[in-house]
Design a binder for this molecule. Structure first.
Ligand SMILES: C[S@@+](CC[C@H](N)C(=O)[O-])C[C@H]1O[C@@H](n2cnc3c(N)ncnc32)[C@H](O)[C@@H]1O
Length: 479
């Protein structure tokens, strides 16, 4: 993180604006809206600044003269909006020397603070910044967020704020309070506010407060609420591939148990204060075994937590999700299951390999290349004969055995094959080859886990349909 985002309370605080043009005007307006006391100095001042200063005359003083270093006295923030490089640098140096936060517009190198783009639904505010890397991208994002957030969102926040103390008294535990507010925000109350009927929304909220059961913790000293488990597919890595439902539940969970294949960007989308428990397993290395995971899920749910069980890909595809859910069902614990994009479809799409195609393959088969007791237990004859696409999960260690086995049972050695390493992630790589050559190509480079093997004539389309990680892929494919 290059900058720490903070919101600055400037009410009645003295600030300085150096500059009298249109940029200074924009900064002056923002400061006035935040209730700051502003002294603006510049040899020339545009009329719009004079008009704004008049509007906020209780806050703004304009002085038509050059800047002097004493202008910095007793200021908590300095904004320099001029085209004069020397002046900008001088203001920056003096402000830094006095440890006054300074922003020199469009010069992050001279600034100690920078302005974000703001989506304002006060008291809700969204601040967006690229740290100066791409202002245009930031503007695009702001436009998107503007369209996503209802215009009356701030009124909803104010409604909640009016009832905050009552809710605090009613529910002593922060968990219960959070749940209450979540049910409010999931109800029709927000829609009433957005439709302009805040009175009705207020009545509905009061009704909910009257009906709300007192916290079970208050009544019994212990919680008799069973929690819930969300078995959620995290997809193959790119966080953009999460479903809306996955994201919503990730934001609600109290505790998350996650696997090795859950990518860091996906994990970062889990509620920040949720407890995180790593229960990853590697082939041959299971620090937390499956029955311990099952037991932990049950324990946490019985303690009343909302437990997110986050699994790479889809939880029901080579994910043992079924076993975990069976245990919960036996214990009468409620659960929800959210499908995720499985590695086969995620990697195929990001590699540009359609899994079926009218000209090349009418069916697709998902297989595991994981060895059981040191052996691959596959129906070789059947696999080699069928005109279908074969997708091997966990096939890296057994790659040579898979390729040799298929050739030995009649599949042509020049059948196209691709190994997709870290599919859908920023460092995705593809090794393109055929059954005969692929193991050699793979042994030439250090392939990282996770990787997925796709075999069949559909792989021929890759060169034409590749769209992601193209450069790296071509280097490797031709290497
Ligand atoms: C235990 S399986 C879990 C599969 C997961 N439930 C799914 O639906 O994708 C793990 C295997 O999935 C494949 N895999 C998962 N994510 C992948 C990715 N981003 N790129 C390539 N292969 C991946 C690898 O073959 C890995 O060994």
């Amino acid at each position: 993180m290059d900058y720490l985002p903070l919101f600055h309370d400037l009410r009645d605080q003295s600030c300085l604006v150096v500059g009298g043009g249109h940029v200074a005007l924009r900064k002056l307006r923002a400061l006035c809206q935040a209730g700051a006391r502003v002294n603006l100095v510049a040899p020339t001042i545009i009329p719009a600044i004079t008009t704004l200063a008049h509007e906020y005359q209780h806050l703004v003083t304009c002085q038509q003269r050059p800047y002097t270093s004493t202008d910095l006295d007793n200021k908590v923030l300095v904004i320099c909006a001029t085209n004069d490089g020397e002046l900008n640098a001088a203001v920056s140096v003096s402000a830094r020397a006095q440890r006054i936060p300074v922003n020199v517009v469009d010069h992050p190198e001279l600034s100690t603070v920078i302005f974000p783009a703001i989506v304002d639904r006060s008291p809700i505010q969204v601040a967006i910044s690229s740290g100066g890397a791409s202002p245009v991208l930031v503007r695009r994002l702001r436009e998107k967020i503007e369209t996503l957030l209802p215009g009356r969102l701030g009124e909803l926040a104010l409604l909640a704020s009016r009832h905050r103390d009552t809710v605090k008294k009613l529910f002593t535990s922060s968990n219960d309070r959070r749940r209450f507010w979540e049910t409010v925000f999931d109800s029709d109350i927000p829609e009433r506010v957005y439709a302009g009927d805040t009175n009705k929304a207020d009545t509905l909220l009061k009704k909910r407060l009257q009906q709300a059961p007192r916290s079970s913790l208050e009544k019994n000293g212990i919680s008799d609420n069973k929690g819930e488990v969300y078995l959620v597919g995290a997809g193959p890595g790119d966080p953009d591939l999460l479903t809306f439902r996955a994201l919503r539940l990730m934001q609600q969970a109290d505790v998350v148990l996650y696997d090795r294949l859950v990518s860091k960007p996906v994990l970062e989308m889990v509620r920040r204060d949720a407890e995180r428990i790593y229960v990853g397993k590697k082939p041959g290395d299971h620090p937390v075994n499956q029955s311990n995971i099952n037991r932990k899920l049950v324990e946490l749910a019985l303690e009343g937590h909302r437990v997110l069980r986050l699994k790479g890909g889809d939880p029901f595809v080579f994910g043992r999700g079924g076993e975990e859910i069976e245990v919960l069902a036996e214990q009468g614990i409620s659960f929800q299951i959210v499908p995720g994009i499985t590695a086969a479809t995620g990697c195929a799409s990001y590699a540009g390999i359609p899994l079926t195609h009218r000209d090349y393959a009418q069916s697709v088969r998902f297989l595991t290349g994981h060895r059981k007791d040191g052996q691959l237990d596959l129906d070789w004859q059947n696999l080699a004969a069928a005109k279908e696409t074969l997708v091997f999960y966990m096939g890296l260690n057994g790659l040579t055995e898979i390729c040799e086995g298929l050739i030995a049972h009649g599949m042509a050695g020049d059948t196209p094959a691709a190994l997709i390493e870290r599919g859908t992630r920023p460092d995705q790589r593809i090794v393109l080859s055929d059954l005969q050559q692929l193991p050699f190509k793979v042994s030439d480079i250090e392939v990282q886990s996770p990787s997925l093997l796709i075999i069949g004539n559909v792989v021929r389309l890759q060169e034409k349909l590749a769209w992601y990680g193209e450069t790296l892929k071509k280097q490797i494919a031709r290497g």
